[in-house]
Design a protein around this ligand. Structure first.
Ligand code: 5GP
Length: 261
């Protein structure tokens, strides 16, 4: 088997060089981390589920014209994506108070926010991805004011789309995080949605029971993470009961390149 160059290894995914220039292979690991890696576990089957759920969401976004990096799923754990220059800012959209917003502002979890709130965090593990303002983003040149406008417009479109998608299957979209990248086609650059959208990066609550169906099951030691992700996949109609999410998938041959951080 031909060796593939590893471009980047993150907490839950690995990026390999793709088969054609301008493409990458995104591999979904079973690793679950929280509180900046202070908590770590391997959850058998999580990567397979996130690959499928993220595929479904990105394909649906393509259908409605939300630009993104997804090309096609390759196998149980891998998808082919467009190579982008990642903007070092995580964009969080919140509809209901939860997580760090409650910690910061003393809100009660579950409070419906007066309107959707967009937040920015600087992507820097060593610093615990701190919350930043637009001022920091433009002053340090992470993105231009025009790019911030484009990012916010995209974030709102993604929120509208995801809220509707999940509402239709009895799930409340509490909040989510997206990452964006610059993509060049010929000489034109545009900002597109990158990374993944899955229960690892969204807070999803069952509308009837308020049961958590996302990574908070791991963060808060609630157990049942794979079953919750499976339920999300089943409701989205993308994984049949007969299809086991567990299993390693194809064996990767990787080199010993030190991953860039
Ligand atoms: P919070 O700031 O409340 O911890 O997170 C807000 C939302 O963004 C949650 O849906 C959470 O899953 C997502 N999020 C924030 N930071 C990260 C991150 O570093 N990785 C992932 N996968 N999701 C994140």
């Amino acid at each position: 088997m031909k060796k593939r160059r590893r471009i980047y290894e993150g907490k839950a995914k690995i990026l390999y060089e793709g088969p054609e220039p301008g493409t990458l292979v995104q591999f979904f690991k079973d690793d679950a981390t929280a509180y900046n890696k202070q908590k770590h576990d391997i959850i058998d089957g999580k990567g397979v589920l996130n690959n499928r759920i993220s595929e479904h969401i990105f394909q649906s976004m393509t259908k409605i014209g939300i630009p993104n990096h997804f090309i096609r799923r390759m196998n149980m754990r891998e998808q082919l994506i467009k190579e982008v220059e990642i903007i070092p800012v995580e964009v969080i959209v919140r509809n209901i108070a939860a997580g760090t917003l409650c910690q910061r502002l003393g809100l009660t979890e579950g409070e419906v926010l007066p309107r959707s709130i967009i937040e920015f965090c600087y992507k820097k593990d060593e610093l615990n991805d701190p919350l930043v303002a637009e001022e920091h983003i433009t002053a340090f040149g992470w993105a231009s004011p025009q790019e911030i406008d484009d990012i916010m417009a995209l974030a709102i479109r993604v929120n509208d789309f995801l809220s509707g998608l999940f509402l239709g299957i009895g799930i409340q979209l509490v909040d989510f995080k997206i990452e964006l990248g610059r993509h060049w086609e010929n000489d034109a650059m545009r900002i597109i949605v990158a990374d993944e959208i899955s229960p690892d990066s969204c807070r999803l609550w069952d509308i009837k029971t308020q049961e958590k169906m996302d990574k908070d099951r791991f963060r808060r030691d609630l157990g049942g993470l794979v079953d919750a992700y499976k339920e999300v996949a089943n409701r989205l109609g993308i994984m049949q009961e007969s299809e086991p999410p567990r299993g390693k998938g194809p064996v990767l041959v990787s080199d010993n390149d030190k991953a860039k951080d």
